[in-house]
Design a binder for this molecule. Structure first.
Ligand SMILES: [Fe+2]
Length: 180
């Protein structure tokens, strides 16, 4: 997984949006934002993914497949929806099986976007309460495991005044050392 600051240049969300020269983001920066990641080769991945899942209490999982080829006309609309800035009340956990894409997470307190370029073998945990968004890249396909604890809590809360008051948002800010 490669992490770098998003260049904020308008245009297709699927482009890399990497500054020239690139502004890489250190693992310590991600860790300070409570973003966790592991690299587990896809060949024979199950025991190692199971180990992380057990350690973190992810009892359930399913597979999601997003591709231009498989979705046809609704694809463009769908990926614009994923790109709306939002947070969840639970962690968003993804293990990439094939394809690739970009998760963007907001850095606090700078409010800069950090782009996480994911590829097969990346296991990523986006914490509850962090603002983020997702897009496919120009290859237009990704297949990933979604891991979760009991019930999936995937309701997206779009960024806004109400969401700022959400207890999971408040807890997140506190956990990264911002807020009372
Ligand atoms: Fe999300």
């Amino acid at each position: 997984m490669r992490a770098y600051y998003f260049d904020n240049v308008p245009g297709d969300q699927r482009l890399p949006h990497d500054y020239v020269p690139s502004r890489p983001v250190a693992p310590e920066t991600l860790s300070a934002l409570n973003v966790r990641f592991w690299t587990i080769p896809v060949e024979g991945y199950e025991p190692r993914v199971d180990e992380v899942a057990k350690e973190r209490g992810y009892k359930n999982r399913d597979t999601i497949d997003v591709s231009k080829a498989g979705m046809g006309a609704i694809y463009e609309e769908k990926i614009k929806g994923f790109f709306q800035e939002h947070m969840h009340e639970d962690e968003e956990i993804r293990y990439i099986l094939s394809g690739s894409g970009f998760f963007d997470v907001r850095e606090t307190p700078t409010d800069a976007w950090i782009r996480l370029a994911v590829e097969p073998g990346d296991l990523l945990v986006i914490p509850a309460g962090i603002y983020h968004r997702f897009t496919l890249d120009e290859a237009d396909n990704i297949r990933a495991l979604r891991l979760f604890q009991d019930e999936p809590k995937w309701i997206p809360y779009n960024r806004g005044v109400d969401t700022e008051a959400n207890p999971h948002r408040v807890d997140y800010l506190r956990s990264v050392g911002v807020g009372a």
